[in-house]
Design a protein around this ligand. Sequence first.
Ligand code: PEP
Ligand code: MG
Length: 322
Amino acid sequence: EQERYASIRDKPAETLDGKVISLSMNAGLIADLPSLESSGAEGVGLFRTELQFLIRNKMPKRAELAALYTRVIKAAKGQRVVFRTLDIGSDKVLPYMKPQDEPNPALGWRAIRVGLDKPGVMRMQLQALIRASNGKPMTIMFPFIAQFEEYRAARNLLELELKREKRLGHPVPKVEVGAMLETPSLAFAPRKFFEEVGFISIGGNDLKQFFFAADRENERVRKRYDTLNVSFLSLIERIVERCNETDTPVSFCGEDAGRPIEALCFAAMGLRTLSMRPASIGPVKSLLRRANLDQVKAVIDEARARGDQSVRPAIMGWLRGR
Ligand code: PEP
Ligand code: MG
């Protein structure tokens, strides 16, 4: 198995009908970066910056963060790294921040909501990112954007920091700015949002949790709802359509992107960029290279027309019968 993946490491994830899917990797620590080369990933599609905050016992300083991000950028050797700003709260609690007493933390004061209400930490992080770029183009995305205004406010904060850094005489980068789509509401944002946002990255872990109202941490309810449920796939399809209408790049970076059958169905729904843990790149690429997306799409459409709950049985049957 490992050898088969090694043999396709430098080959594209191109399907039998000629669709090329870009596979990038998720990371959160410097130690993850060597996988960029060994896995054949095209850049880091999601760098979870909160891990650096979570492994410490006190708030990191700006200079420490800047040094760290510099190392990440160096290790990526010119490949794109999508830095996600701090995503804390809910399942990710910083030991040195006052715990919030909330009845429903997943629906609570978390991620960009904290970043916008108490911008001190996020501003410090943005300054560190800008300094680490050393004037070279970089990519930043904001987590958990539920409405247009939150994206605008976050981007405005970034622009203020860019101006400030410039005034201080630091080289400033051209920044590609994106939003994570992790709440169903954002899929129905005004067209203007899709025109303004630099790119969309679907955070499927949270999106699925909120779509089905099923806690991602609660095995009992989580497993009731298949990612290949026709409703969820139709939501993904709609998001991709909306992004395509405005030429907005769209990718998927939740854990499901690393599951070959799920990745295949996402590709059939129109996704052309998937980000996953490095170990999943080989298996996902291997299946994509052996599949015809038009056929997968036809199987999905038939399952939807029949009223199947999930397309999984139909897809599994089709894979076995080929
Ligand atoms: C997601 O929600 O799918 C995601 C990629 O972010 P996280 O798992 O860190 O919440
Ligand atoms: Mg998330």
